[in-house]
Design a binder for this molecule. Structure first.
Ligand SMILES: *Cc1c(COP(=O)(O)O)cnc(C)c1O
Length: 466
């Protein structure tokens, strides 16, 4: 399988090179040249497979001959063996129509582990084949950072520099990053928002002073391998609910549009999906873009769901590319306009293409709280704020009652226990596997939200190319 850039001018790469490159050299994102397709019989034949085996089946066409099927299965078995639930991503029923897909049974309690545990192993595998040591530079609104750090801490030939917006992540999120003391882990708290951090990371990929000295890699969902790994649980859930013979809708709490784009990929591969419901909080650029075509970034409002406090959604570019006729040059011009003015209008082709599968809903803080209370009353389930926003959208979307609606439960409620306690009066307890988090020593540096200061810090601490 070959990967092409959404902006049309970077070289096409194979899976291994695209995984190590992260962002394309023209500023675009890598996408497969075409979508692999499974027939209804292929999908029916996946029913009942263990998660690791299903993951190998779904991902092999994307990986191509960069990994043998046997090797890929070893890696998926190792990655998903670290989850605290044997089903890896179990499904729970809330009422006749509503379901939860629990994606938080990995080591750091959010869905990011599903992709990043595998990505850590892929990095190790590919770096073991030679080439330069990898300098991972990432931005996190909280969950990517801890999941990526857990996945690469202590591994050979890789350093990780993780930027988080100071004071805008929860205590649990921060401590899950800063208490990992492995020498290859560097936590940087910056003044500013997640969008500021993300913009600096993207800038570094296009800064030749840095890229000539360091081989810079990505763990954010600009890295294709992350999205690929997330496609698997859409199949896993739909198979349990009767696919390919019955359609399923998904509601996805959305920030960078990575998780829900993986659902779009599953649909392109042949999974019968009725609707993808994009759920946003009051930082609603995606809701506005999908409902009116207006993709314009406002200022970020901090909320109880910080992983969705995003105004610029990197992966939306992958959707615009695919539904807009895959015209890299036209999209490069459109994105240049957005980068200059922080606003753009979707073309009719893009709007119509997106509307075939996507709808969107926005939840304000009251609606989020009501969704937590509803789930608690209906079924005794405690939801984290992100999942609650997803469930609000799931129930508001007006899906045909015959169609099951699966909300992606993206974080464990204990990761956001203060917000959950405010809504329900119940304080979720931290699972025992991370129980002593508040006794551990923290290590981090604080830097201004200034590109030069951050580049300088990384240049002083990273291992240069050979
Ligand atoms: C990252 C994250 C999201 C948003 O996912 P995207 O792929 O960025 O859309 C939602 N909820 C939680 C808990 C997250 O960590």
């Amino acid at each position: 399988m070959e990967y092409v850039s959404t902006r049309g001018s970077a070289p096409a790469l194979n899976f291994e090179a695209a995984t190590l490159a992260g962002l394309a050299s023209d500023g675009g994102l890598y996408v497969p040249r075409e979508w692999p397709r499974f027939s209804a019989e292929d999908i029916a034949g996946m029913a009942g497979l263990p998660y690791a085996a299903l993951a190998q089946r779904i991902m092999q066409p994307f990986v191509g001959d960069c990994l043998t099927p046997e090797r890929l299965l070893e890696l998926t078995t190792e990655a998903y063996g670290r989850f605290a639930h044997n089903a890896v991503t179990p499904l729970k029923q809330l009422d006749e129509q509503q379901w939860l897909l629990e994606l938080f049974h990995g080591p750091t309690l959010a869905f990011k582990d599903v992709a990043l545990q595998l990505l850590g192993l892929l990095f190790e595998e590919f770096l073991g084949r030679g080439g330069d040591p990898l300098t991972i530079v990432g931005a996190t609104s909280g969950d990517t950072g801890s999941a990526a750090i857990d996945a690469v801490a202590g591994r050979a030939r890789v350093d990780i520099f993780m930027l988080h917006p100071k004071g805008r992540v929860s205590d649990v999120q921060r401590r899950q990053m800063t208490t990992v003391l492995a020498p290859n882990v560097h936590n940087i708290a910056i003044e500013g928002t997640f969008d500021d951090a993300q913009a600096m990371v993207k800038r570094m990929f296009n800064d030749s002073a840095m890229t000539s000295r360091f081989s810079i890699g990505a763990v954010n969902s600009i890295n294709w391998a992350r999205l690929m790994a997330q496609v698997v649980y859409y199949f896993a859930a739909a198979l349990q609910l009767g696919a390919p013979h019955r359609k399923v809708a998904f509601a996805v709490p959305t920030g960078n549009f990575g998780d829900v784009f993986a659902g779009y990929v599953a649909a392109q591969m042949g999974l019968p999906i009725e609707r993808l419901i994009v759920a946003t909080n009051v930082n609603d650029i995606l809701h506005r873009a999908l409902s009116t075509g207006d993709y314009s970034a406002g200022t970020v409002t901090p909320t109880a769901a910080p992983s969705m406090d995003i105004q610029v959604s990197s992966n939306f570019e992958r959707l615009l590319f695919d539904v807009g006729g895959r015209d890299g040059a036209a999209l490069a011009a459109q994105m240049a306009g957005f980068e200059a003015s922080k606003a753009m209008q979707l073309t009719n082709q893009q709007r119509e293409g997106a509307a075939r599968l996507f709808t969107s809903h926005r939840a304000d803080p009251d609606q989020m709280t009501q969704a937590i209370r509803w789930a608690w009353d209906a079924s005794g389930e405690l939801l984290d704020p992100h999942t609650a926003i997803g469930l609000h959208a799931a129930r508001a979307a007006g899906i045909d009652p015959e169609v099951p609606v699966v909300t992606l439960a993206t974080a464990h409620p204990a990761k956001f226990r203060d917000a959950v306690e405010r809504a329900t009066g119940q304080r979720p307890t931290l699972p025992t596997r991370i129980g002593d988090l508040f006794e551990r020593e923290e290590r981090l540096v604080e830097l201004p939200g200034d590109y030069a200061a951050i580049a300088d810090y990384i240049a002083k601490h990273a291992v240069a190319r050979g």
